[in-house]
Design a protein around this ligand. Sequence first.
Ligand code: A3P
Length: 323
Amino acid sequence: PSILREDKISEETKKLISSLLSHTDSQGQKLCQYQGCWYYYNTLQGVLNFQRGFKPQDTDIILASYPKSGTTWLKALTVALLERSKNHSSLSDDEHPLLYDNPHGIVPCLEMDLYHESSSPNLSKFSAHRRLFSTHMPLQAMHETLKHSPCKIVYVCRNVKDTLVSWWFFLCSILKIEQSRGVLESLHESFCKGIIYYGPFWEHLLSYWRASLEDPEHVLFMRYEEMKAEPRDQIKRLADFLGCPFTKQEEDSGVVDEVLDLCSLRNLSSLEVNKTGSRNDVDHKFYFRKGEVGDSKNYLTPEMENKIDMIIKEKLQGSGLIF
Ligand code: A3P
């Protein structure tokens, strides 16, 4: 997959990389640490291009997450919420973008899709009045670029153990390798050490968590588990934050449930585009698996769980963020 290629890396970036801490993971992929975060080399190039060239607009919306935390779901929900104001007669309209593209195709990732090759990509296809992007960068990587911008950021976080197991399934699928215990164990170790793609996990969470406390008008912190447990409340929270609250009439006519049904794992994964399509060498179907809270229990040993629990407890201590 393109995230693992190294063909777009400039000479300047190669020089920078040679001065950074680096690490080769158990799958043989090279990572380096830039501004506290671990990236595959190709992703670092995208981050640098973004930092050099991105010009935020006041109405931009950025959906942020650690990989495998519910990004696809958040993208679908946001697209469905924003599309309500367009010309669709209803969410089940045949023209709805979610029926024709995977949520990752509709909401491109800044560093992996848009800025991976250049610091001045052509963004003209985005609606001039409201652009919707995504990222897996921690907030500090966007800090300078977004410093004076009132754009809105929505972060979705997920229990680290479920995220780890989800990442294991996804990684083995995209690398086309066997779903082995060995891979899970080495990923677990990497998660615990913090030397993992876009890690450390806790730094990622904390960067957005703190910003959501300091600036709740511009940074919304959502949790996958809460979205599963109380989807109606959480989607309303998201709609309010994005400035497109449900009207009383919409609530009465069942639009909240319509949005949730459209974006459900069951519905999205049954669409042709998500069954057979692919992007950047990744089959769309790999983005949809079980979507259950606590599934990691079926794969992690009690020792593995304890170790993660202890680390997360220690790292998040005093932050007010509880897992
Ligand atoms: P599991 O592997 O635990 O099933 P991301 O979208 O950030 O890549 O995260 C992928 C995880 O979100 C996977 O978790 C996937 O099944 C789940 N997911 C994908 N689409 C979803 C949806 N519409 N609703 C709920 N969960 C979803």
